[in-house]
Design a protein around this ligand. Structure first.
Ligand code: COA
Ligand code: AMP
Length: 638
């Protein structure tokens, strides 16, 4: 197939293109209107269509002879467990969890928060919600109670599903105290919590509120699939914005199912029966789309991996899983490969395994730095595909569409726009920029199916955050350029969002949290280059007059504060006290210039700066602490 033709059709004849793709799914009732606008003026896909995402993921395949095929493989090096679940077994389990939820009064349109580690019950619970039309909101297990509380207050779940603990390398992390703390902090109170007791750590249950997951599920009747509208929400997934309040990205049922199936066939070049492994976490969008929904909608086998790329037990774990389960397509974040490369640069572990089943490796979550890409290409001799996407879109915006036409890879580029995404580079004033000119990466509306129709209970924020800056476009928040061959290069965020080890975090939120410290007058948190994690946050703080607190003490306080409020995943390790922050004459903090100084990049001194000497003070400060460009030894970051 020819990419140019296929792509052009998706842009020039959107309705024709997507109605053809929609026909590949088993709808209860076909959509009446392929593309329309709702009362808020937002685009909606497949209005009038009736379906059930849980049915498409499980029942449909069982009805078509896949009942005995493995749906999920749970591979957990941290508990030394491997378990397989066929489509039949998965459906039975999911239907019973759905029944348990119904017995607690959860019905179509109700919300359920899921706060769980990477265990099969997490994915089963998501599918159980989909089965009864309930809206799940999965919260990443690495988030602290404060973050969980914010999400509980916004999503207002009737029920929260959790587990007694997670496992990080060899550390057991009790989840239940975190959940109890979060519920104490939140205004909204769930009627019930369903707690899965894991043998390595039993949780105590709160009377009249908490229930034992296994007992209730065992005693429940299986629930049937409920018909929902294509435009009904399937899930809410919170993601970091520029403030302390995360954005509740809404995913609808119809557009999502069409997009998931489409991406499996045309982006990943996968067919039913293949083994597809996304080594991510169900708390992130990659986990939602490519551990749970897309592989199952496509009739594949998916892997639930409870482990890390290294030290569980070694840097060969990924290769072991690929060989043992005959994985055909593998997907993870570049940071995972940087961790493996650091421990096993010669890929000695890889050579121990037979990786013949593997056809391609996909990476996303952050820009794949050229050295990591080249290393991976060399050691694997396979296509390594960097593709760009966001929580908001739920699937890739720019990729080498392997099921359409394979292009040469250019290191640093995610290749070309995926069907349905009209990607443009715009100037500050919204003018289209020419080839190789860097600017805002924007997508001409409408976005394709599967992308966010709005934010949960916040249409105004949706408009303000994404649609207002450039009329008729979606603002991605990333900067980049398109070269003479049409390859898109994503160069990083242009807002206060950073990516730490593939985890999307808000520096704006960190500044808000730091602001609670009684000695801090103001602060600037910036994301600096980190060899392993891609980026990590550091803070510059100005103390209030008269606050004579030791620099080491304030740094300890602020590290503790961020860990306590956001979680250890924020990896906030440095807070530097400065006399002032560099600002423009109108008072805007020059965060970009600060980041350039720390990373040792060339920069032009902004003409609007109020006092140029402050930049030298910043430089002196990082020099004295051996940070950024002055740090040659990565180890001291950790
Ligand atoms: N639950 C609880 N804590 C978590 C956690 C989770 N799910 N994930 C991370 N943490 C904690 C870690 O235990 C660590 O805590 P510590 O400071 O007490 O040691 C802290 O957060 C920082 O973690 P991280 O930055 O991940 O460093 P690490 O040394 O533990 O691991 C990597 C480094 C590269 C192995 C790890 O980041 C990794 O596997 N990255 C890939 C991430 C990924 O796949 N993202 C996909 C998104 S698409
Ligand atoms: P998330 O919503 O957590 O998936 O994070 C989305 C952000 O991660 C994007 O806006 C980008 O900044 C970054 N990102 C994800 N994938 C890529 C990629 N392949 N190349 C460059 N940046 C990426």
């Amino acid at each position: 197939m020819n990419y140019d033709e296929f792509y052009r059709k998706s842009i020039d004849d959107k309705v024709g293109f997507w109605s053809e793709q929609a026909l590949k799914l088993a709808w209860y009732k076909a959509p009446q209107k392929i593309l329309s606008k709702d009362k808020n003026g937002f685009y909606r896909w497949f209005r009038g269509g009736k379906l059930n995402t849980g049915y498409l993921a499980l029942d449909y395949h069982i009805e078509h002879g896949r009942g005995k095929q493995t749906a999920f493989i749970y591979d957990s090096p941290v508990t030394d467990t491997i378990k397989k679940f066929t489509y039949n077994q998965t459906k039975r389990q999911v239907a019973k969890i759905a029944g348990a939820l119904k017995s607690l009064g959860v019905n179509k349109g109700d919300t359920v928060v899921i706060y769980m580690p990477m265990i099969p019950e997490a994915t089963f619970s998501m599918l159980a919600c989909a089965r009864i039309g309930a809206i799940h909101s999965v919260v990443f297990g690495g988030f602290a109670p404060h973050e969980l509380a914010i999400r509980i207050d916004d999503a207002k779940p009737k029920v929260i599903i959790s587990a007694s603990c997670g496992i990080e390398f060899d550390k057991v992390i009790p989840y239940k105290p975190l959940l109890d703390d979060a519920i104490n902090q939140s205004e909204h109170q769930p009627a019930n919590c369903l707690i899965l007791q894991r043998p390595m750590c039993e949780a105590s249950l709160v009377e009249n509120r908490d229930l034992d997951f296994e007992q209730l599920v065992a005693a429940s009747k299986p629930a049937k699939c409920v018909r929902v509208d294509a435009t009904d929400p399937l899930y809410i997934l919170y993601t970091s914005g520029t403030t302390g309040k995360p954005k509740g990205v809404v995913r609808d049922n119809g557009g999502h199912a069409v997009a998931m199936r489409f991406s499996m066939e045309y982006v990943y070049n996968v067919k039913a029966g293949d083994v597809f492994w996304a080594a991510s976490d169900v708390g992130w969008v990659v986990g939602h789309s490519y551990i749970v929904y897309a592989p199952l909608i496509m009739g594949c086998t998916s892997i639930i991996f409870e482990g890390k790329p290294i030290r569980t037990p070694n840097a060969g774990t990924f290769w072991r899983v690929i060989a043992q389960h005959k994985v055909n397509t593998f997907f993870t974040a570049p940071t995972a490969f940087r961790a493996i490369r650091k421990e096993d640069p010669e890929a000695l572990f890889m050579n121990k395994y037979n990786l013949n089943s593997l056809k391609a490796i996909f990476v996303a979550g952050e820009r794949c730095d050229p050295p990591t890409l080249e290393w991976l290409q060399n050691i694997s001799k396979l296509p390594v595909i960097d593709h760009w996407w966001q929580t908001e879109t739920g699937w890739s915006i720019v990729a080498n569409m392997m099921g359409v036409e394979q292009f040469d890879v250019k290191a640093g580029s995610a290749t070309k726009p995926v069907c349905g995404y009209d990607v443009q580079i715009l100037s500050e004033k919204g003018r289209k920029l020419g080839k190789n000119k860097e600017g805002y990466v924007a997508i001409k509306l409408p976005l394709p199916p599967g992308t966010l129709p709005t934010l949960w209970n916040d249409n105004e924020r949706f408009k303000h955050s994404y649609l207002k800056k450039f009329k008729g476009y979606y603002l991605s928040g990333d900067g980049g350029y398109i070269d003479q061959d049409g390859y898109v290069f994503i160069m990083g965020r242009v807002d206060d969002v950073i990516n730490v080890a593939g985890h999307r975090l808000s520096t704006g939120e960190m500044e808000e949290i730091i602001g609670y410290h009684p000695a801090v007058a103001e602060s600037a948190v910036i994301g600096i280059t980190d060899e392993l994690r891609g980026q990590r946050p550091i803070g510059f703080v100005v103390l209030k007059d008269g606050k004579n607190i030791e620099e080491s003490q304030i740094e300890r306080d602020l590290i503790g504060l961020i860990r306590d409020k956001i979680g250890a995943v924020a990896f906030f390790r440095n807070a530097l006290v400065v006399k002032r922050l560099p600002k423009t004459r109108s008072g805007k903090i020059l965060r970009k210039t600060m980041r350039q100084i720390v990373d040792g990049e060339a920069f032009t001194i902004p003409s609007t700066i109020d006092d140029v000497n402050i930049l030298n003070e910043i430089e002196e400060c990082i020099k004295s602490r051996n940070i950024g460009v002055y740090c040659n030894d990565l180890k001291q970051h950790s």
